[in-house]
Design a protein around this ligand. Structure first.
Ligand code: DON
Length: 562
């Protein structure tokens, strides 16, 4: 009992009054189950599902729909995502509900007659929208793994939130105020997001509630057919989009074998292609495992330099080799071969940065060829789900479905719009990720689950952040495994990132001392400081079985459990 009081007191101390009007809890230490999401309301909804006998998948479905209402910046029904599900016996599953390019999409659809990229064409408005996968994905999860088998129960909390309204957090009020002008210029009709609003007034989404009721009644068909689909297609037609009814009807999410690899005896499960996580993460972990990463100390110039040099090399491969495996023959065997990865590091110098201009993607003799959100759930039976979902940029294409009241994604920008031209996240790409109808665009989303060497569940990790997702997930895992941090410290520690091009290390401002930055510059690195990198939602099962849910301190993120 005394222990319980201490735990409650610690949780209270850690509860941060962030920039919100609700208190978001950054760490819970519990015995049964935990939910960590980007929004307090969604976390509470997920927790209640678990307490009502639902499993981790039930909670995830309820959280996904709740986030679509209370976290419209990234939560969605018309975006896409990936889920890694680990059953208590260790069996892993990966669900790909990534958007696809509409059948009418063309390689040059964002280029003008002179072959130049048309500004904003792949990021704003109807042409930027990929065929959404989220609603089908939730239906797939439900059919295969729901314990409650009560779809209505899972979606009703979202309907209530939309219909009765809720209070935006301070951070959300600021956020919406900031984008309102763009939202008004993209949308011809008034929406709850474009209406002038008084700060602190309840946020109600009546039209969206009706859409959710249609999904409640007919599950995936409530979204991909009927009046909801008609409204979606009308929005496309009124705004120059190319998605048609058949695109919607034919959308299918795909169960894939999760990418599985080992790092210092820990099994790691993550998302395979079309997420680059399943290639980039095993490459990075294999490359650093040849060195003594923690040797120089946490955030020492030596450790940051080594990590950045590894990142530089794997991102070059990502840019040139990776894309939807259904459309490209990706040389996976070569890319993950230990000899190849050792070879890639031959040009690594402990003292000097290798300029990115000197790094190319690997060549194989047999070559055949702002905004996302993450949540993590562990249930009382020991099942775990790590789910990252997105509209791509914050509020996606900024276009709201007319008569539907929900945001449409701008995921098409994740394709390589033109070889060598950077996308929203500064990523360049080539042939493997060019636009083709029906193809999935390459992603960095990395929902990940890590086991102990004894095969029991250790960590559930993920984050938004575009290209930085890969390196944030890598850093949180190495913070725990190599730098022996508890999960709270591992998540809240400052982060940095290198992605080959542009040739620079981005670092969170205020997170690294002057001497460290100078030492890195002396080695030849260029440093650019940014406000923040990622929003990690993680769960750690400690060796004594305590479940520690940790929400990122960087925004409203909220951990709950019991
Ligand atoms: O799939 C991807 O890699 C991107 N669409 C993710 C976007 C993202 O994380 C935005 N969040 N800040």
């Amino acid at each position: 009992m005394k222990k319980l009081y201490i735990l409650v007191f610690i949780s209270f101390l850690i509860a941060c009054r962030s920039s919100t009007n609700s208190v978001s809890v950054k760490e819970v230490r519990v015995q049964n189950a935990a939910v960590v999401t980007a929004h307090p309301l969604a976390s509470e909804i997920g927790l209640q599902v678990l307490k009502d006998g639902g499993n981790a998948v039930d909670a995830a479905i309820a959280v996904q729909f709740a986030l679509a209402v209370c976290f419209p910046r990234a939560g969605n029904i018309a975006g896409g995502g990936f889920a890694i599900y680990r059953e208590r016996d260790g069996t892993g599953y990966a669900l790909d509900f990534r958007e696809i390019a509409p059948k009418a999409a063309k390689e040059d659809m964002y280029l003008d007659s002179e072959g130049n990229v048309i500004p904003n064409a792949s990021t704003r408005g109807a042409l930027a929208v990929g065929v959404p996968g989220t609603t089908d994905g939730m239906d797939q999860l439900f059919q295969r793994f729901s314990k409650l088998q009560n779809w209505d129960r899972l979606i009703q909390p979202a309907i209530d939130l939309a219909e009765k309204g809720f209070y935006l957090t301070d951070a959300q009020e600021d956020d919406i105020a900031e984008v309102q002008e763009s939202l008004r210029s993209v949308n011809k009709q008034e929406t709850p997001f474009t209406k002038p609003r008084k700060r602190g007034e309840k946020f109600v989404q009546k039209e969206f509630a009706e859409v959710l009721k249609a999904i409640k009644k007919d599950r995936r068909y409530g979204f991909y057919t009927g009046w909801v689909a008609d409204k979606f297609i009308e929005t496309m037609e009124n705004n120059g989009g190319v998605i048609n009814h058949l695109d919607l009807l034919h959308y299918k999410s795909v169960w894939r074998p999760p990418a599985e690899f080992y790092y210092r005896n820990h099994r790691i499960l993550t998302m395979p292609l079309p997420s680059s996580a399943g290639v980039v993460l095993p490459q990075m972990f294999e490359m650093v495992s040849q060195y003594n990463l923690p040797g120089g100390g946490f955030h020492s110039p030596t450790a940051i330099h080594l990590t950045a040099e590894v990142e530089r090399r794997v991102f070059a491969d990502r840019a040139m080799h990776l894309g939807d495996p259904r459309y490209n023959r990706v040389p996976l065997f070569n890319l993950m071969h230990r000899d190849y990865l050792l070879d890639r590091m031959k040009s690594f110098s402990r003292d000097k940065a290798t300029p990115s201009s000197a790094i190319r993607e690997g060549v194989f003799t047999d070559r055949e060829s702002m905004e996302t959100t993450h949540f993590s759930v562990v249930d009382a039976e020991g099942n775990a789900i790590s789910l990252t979902t997105t509209l791509n940029g914050a509020y996606g294409s900024h276009l709201v479905c007319e008569g539907g009241g929900y945001f449409l994604n701008n995921e098409m920008d994740d394709f390589s719009v033109k070889p060598g031209v950077p996308n929203l996240y500064g990523l360049v790409g080539g042939e493997a990720n060019k636009i083709q109808g029906g193809k999935r665009m390459l992603s960095s989303m990395s929902p990940t689950i890590v086991d102990y060497p004894n095969k029991s569940l250790k960590m559930v990790v993920g984050t938004p952040g575009g290209s930085t997702i890969l390196t944030s997930v890598f850093q949180v895992i190495t913070n725990v495994i190599d730098f022996k941090m508890d999960m709270h410290s591992a998540v809240q520690a400052p982060r940095f990132h290198h992605q080959w091009l542009p040739d620079q290390i981005i670092m969170e401002e205020g997170g690294f001392d002057k001497l460290t930055k100078e030492a890195l510059e002396k080695k030849g690195h260029t440093i650019r400081e940014v406000k923040s990198i990622g929003r990690v939602e993680a769960i750690h099962i400690e060796e004594d079985g305590t479940i520690v849910g940790v929400a990122d301190k960087r925004k409203d993120d909220h951990a709950v459990g019991y």
